[in-house]
Design a protein around this ligand. Structure first.
Ligand code: UT7
Length: 335
């Protein structure tokens, strides 16, 4: 039997409709468009409506991903969702809700929590499921409504994040030239207090605020920004260098470098260290801010939808997030 490879056969995203400018934040916290632009690269981000949940957003991206894969709903063998802002704390999972809304029944569905590294972790799982011959078509979704867990009194975090979703179908192929070459994932819980989201709710900011804090712990997203920044640059640079070396691929062979969109300065620092042509770095941070597990698929879809991404292009992905978690991947796009 010829070897089975995992392949990314489609990509899609969904951007909520409410565009929030940096200047909107100037009205209620001590910040400025100039500071946010200079320190992060962010100009706008999109927030979901109050009644819209992360699974609602995920379903919208997933539908398009399945359609673009050219397969039917019945062909999907498993649904996995990465989110740090699920509809419900614990259960049901967003993956179950998304499956149900898509009309998928009696197939496995579960969520993973690996924060901003979520999409890389999803790729790793999908690749393993396919290459072990367990499943043929895996639907992976990164879906976030981070606006529902933001502390709008904390200027160090509330200006950074946005809502959105990205989805992809990962399918089995015998064609080596269309494969996901490699996925590196890692974590170190020693830094667990760098980024924290102690509680989630589908009710949005109001209901989170109304939950009585009996633990004394913060109820909204918290981040040690500067410490996270420094560790992100160092860890990502090492991780990306390692995956390139391991697979004998040089920076100049890469068609697009698609990093997690947390901070333009982190992206540029890693880009400089691996010496990649700046024209090959995909940037969406200025438009969408940090959408955590959705940021990489949203960025891939950004170049797909604008016609830049072509079948056979070699992509380098990397991400870093709460946990702390991180990861990178090399793959040939096959959409
Ligand atoms: O996606 C998951 C991983 N996340 C990341 O990798 C994010 C990593 N961190 C970052 O992107 C950056 O650390 C931030 C953008 C969060 C902060 O930038 P920074 O250059 O590290 O700033 P800082 O935290 O060292 O703060 C510098 C100053 C402080 O004021 P003082 O103490 O010097 O007076 C902050 O209070 O900037 C202040 N500051 C702000 N000023 C205006 C922090 N946030 C703001 C703000 N507007 N929104």
């Amino acid at each position: 039997m010829s070897k089975i490879y995992a392949s990314m056969v489609s990509i899609a995203s969904y951007i909520p409709k409410n565009c929030i400018n940096n200047k909107d934040f100037e009205k209620f916290i001590d910040t400025s468009d100039e500071w946010i632009t200079k320190r992060t690269g962010i100009k706008t981000r999109y927030f979901a409506d109050s009644e819209e949940t992360s699974s609602d957003i995920g379903v919208k991206a997933a539908k398009v991903a399945i359609q673009r894969a050219g397969i039917s709903i019945d062909d999907i063998d498993i649904v996995i969702c990465a989110t740090l802002s699920p509809d419900y704390l614990g259960m049901p999972s967003n993956a179950c809700l998304i499956s149900y809304r898509l009309g998928i029944e009696n197939k496995p569905a579960f969520d993973i929590i690996s924060a901003c590294s979520g999409f890389i972790y999803l790729l790793s799982l999908a690749k393993s499921f396919i290459e072990s011959n367990m499943y043929k078509n895996v639907l992976i979704v990164g879906a976030e409504k981070i606006s529902s867990i933001l502390d709008f009194n904390d200027r160090g975090t509330c200006v950074l994040f946005g809502d959105g979703a990205g989805a992809a179908v990962i399918s089995a192929t015998n064609d080596k030239s269309k494969r996901i070459i490699d996925v590196n994932i890692s974590a170190n819980g020693k830094y667990n207090d760098f980024l924290m989201t102690p509680i989630c709710s589908n009710g949005g900011l109001d209901s989170v605020k109304n939950i009585k804090n009996t633990t004394g712990k913060p109820l909204l997203l918290k981040m040690k920004g500067n410490e996270t920044f420094k560790l992100a640059v160092k860890t990502l640079a090492n991780d990306v260098k390692e995956i390139l070396l391991k697979n004998n691929i040089k920076s100049e062979d890469i068609s697009y470098f698609i990093p997690h969109q947390a901070n333009l300065r982190i992206i540029n620092a890693v880009g400089d260290i691996i010496n990649i042509d700046s024209n090959k770095i995909v940037l969406t941070i200025q438009k969408y801010g940090n959408t955590s597990a959705a940021s990489i698929p949203m960025a891939i879809d950004d170049i797909y939808s604008s016609g830049k991404l072509k079948n056979g292009d070699l992509l380098l992905l990397d991400a870093f997030g709460g946990g702390l978690t991180w990861g990178s991947s090399l793959l040939y796009f096959n959409g």
